[in-house]
Design a protein around this ligand. Structure first.
Ligand code: NDP
Length: 321
C-alpha cells in the first residue's frame, strides 16, 4: 500500500496527548520513520480542529500525504455524564473537519482512533468490528460514542463516493506515560498508579474502588504507536480493526497488585465494595488483528506498567493529575 511516488508527509492530530506521545516515541526514538518522511505532531496550540477554516489553513500549509487523527475531546465517566452534548458536538465537528480537510487536499490515507467504549451496551462478548452500529451505546457516554461511531460511517462515505482509503483503529483502554493521572477523572490504571504513589508516600493502605473482580483489557501506548504505524502503512481495509493483545485482559485486583509491585509499595490493598465499579467485562476480540499480524509481540503487562510507573514518579510535578 506504500505510495512510492513521493516521500510521505504525515500529519498527526492530537500529537501532544498520551497516544500521540507513544506514537512519537515509535517514530522518533525507535526509528519508525522511513528515509525522507516528514512527521508533524500537532497540539491544540498548533491547530484548532473545531474550526474548519483553521484546520484547512494548517493542512494547506503542511500539505500532508497521510494523516493519523488522534485528537478528540476525551474525559472520564463523570465528565461524560455531565457533558454528553458537548462530547457529541465537539467530536462530530473535529472528526468532520479532519476528514473533509484531508479529502480536499488529497490526503491518500487517514487513520482515525476510535475506542472500545463506543460498542453497543448489550453486544455479546467478545466484541468484534462488525458490531459497532448494532445497538445503542451505554447511556453514560452516548455523546462520545455516537460521534466516534460516525467516523466509521464517514470513512465508508469517503470510500464509496470518492475512493478515499480512510480507516480507523479501535484500541481498548490505553495506558502509558503522559496519561491523565487525575484521581477524580482519570483512567483505571493511571488512577491506581497515582493512588499507590500517595499510599506509599503517606504510609496508608491502597484504597481500590469496587470488588476488584471486573476485568479490563489494556494496551500500552508504545504498542499502540507501533500498531498505528502498521495500520498507516499496511492495513488496507476501510472497516476498522480492534487493537489489543490476547493476554491483555486483567482483573482490577490483578492490576492493583501489578501496580503495587511496579511501585514497590509494601502496604495493604483494601477493596471498597460500596463503590460503583462499572460493567463486569467488555472483552474485545483481536482475531482480525491476529489474522494480519500473527507474530506481533505486545510488551509484557508488568514491564509496560513498570515503565509507566517509573515515568510518573520521575515526572510527578509536571504530570497531568
Ligand atoms: P489526550 O487527552 O491525552 O490527548 C488529546 C489530544 O487531542 C491532545 O493532543 C489535544 O491537544 C488534542 N486536542 C483536543 N481537542 C483539540 C482541538 N479542538 N483541536 C486540536 N487538538 C485538540 O487523549 P489520548 O491521547 O488518550 O487519546 C487520543 C485518542 O485515542 C482519542 O481519539 C481517544 O478517543 C482515543 N482513545 C483513547 C483511549 C484511552 O484509554 N486513553 C482508549 C481508546 C481510544 P492539547 O494537548 O493541546 O490539549
Amino acid at each position: 500500500s506504500q505510495d512510492n511516488q513521493k516521500p510521505w508527509r504525515v500529519l498527526v492530530t492530537g500529537g501532544s496527548g498520551m497516544v500521540g506521545k507513544g506514537l512519537q516515541c515509535v517514530v522518533k526514538e525507535m526509528r519508525g520513520a522511513k528515509e525522507g518522511e516528514e512527521w508533524l505532531f500537532l497540539s491544540s496550540k498548533d491547530i484548532n480542529l473545531l474550526n474548519l477554516e483553521n484546520t484547512r489553513e494548517v493542512f494547506e500549509k503542511f500539505q500532508p500525504t497521510h494523516v493519523i487523527h488522534l485528537a478528540a475531546m476525551v474525559g472520564g465517566l463523570f465528565m461524560n455524564m455531565r457533558q454528553n452534548l458537548d462530547f457529541l458536538r465537539n467530536n462530530l465537528t473535529i472528526n468532520d473537519n479532519v476528514l473533509l480537510a484531508s479529502h480536499e487536499i488529497g490526503v491518500t490515507k487517514v487513520v482515525s482512533c476510535l475506542s472500545t467504549c463506543i460498542f453497543p451496551h448489550e453486544a455479546p462478548f467478545p466484541l468484534d468490528e462488525s458490531m459497532i452500529l448494532l445497538g445503542p451505546p451505554h447511556d453514560s457516554n452516548y455523546g462520545y460514542a455516537y460521534a466516534k461511531r460516525m467516523v466509521a460511517v464517514l470513512n465508508r462515505g469517503y470510500y464509496e463516493q470518492h475512493g478515499r482509503r480512510y480507516t480507523a483503529v479501535i484500541p481498548t483502554n490505553v495506558f502509558g506515560p503522559h496519561d491523565n493521572f487525575s484521581l477524580a477523572d482519570g483512567h483505571v490504571l493511571s488512577g491506581l498508579i497515582h493512588k499507590t504513589y500517595i499510599a506509599k508516600r503517606d504510609k496508608t493502605p491502597l484504597d481500590v474502588w469496587g470488588s476488584g473482580t471486573p476485568r479490563r483489557q489494556f494496551i500500552y501506548t508504545v504498542d499502540l504507536g507501533r500498531l498505528l504505524l502498521w495500520s498507516l502503512r499496511d492495513y488496507d481495509e476501510i472497516d476498522p480493526v480492534i487493537l489489543c493483545g490476547e493476554e491483555s485482559e486483567v482483573s482490577i485486583k490483578e492490576a492493583a497488585e501489578a501496580v503495587k509491585k511496579a511501585m514497590d509499595f509494601d502496604g495493604e490493598i483494601v477493596f471498597d465494595k460500596s463503590k460503583a465499579e462499572g460493567v463486569f467485562k467488555k472483552t474485545a476480540s483481536n482475531a482480525k488483528l491476529r489474522k494480519y499480524l500473527p507474530d506481533f509481540k505486545f510488551t509484557p503487562f508488568d514491564q509496560a506498567l513498570k515503565e509507566t510507573c517509573d515515568w510518573f514518579v520521575a515526572n510527578y510535578d509536571s504530570a497531568r493529575k
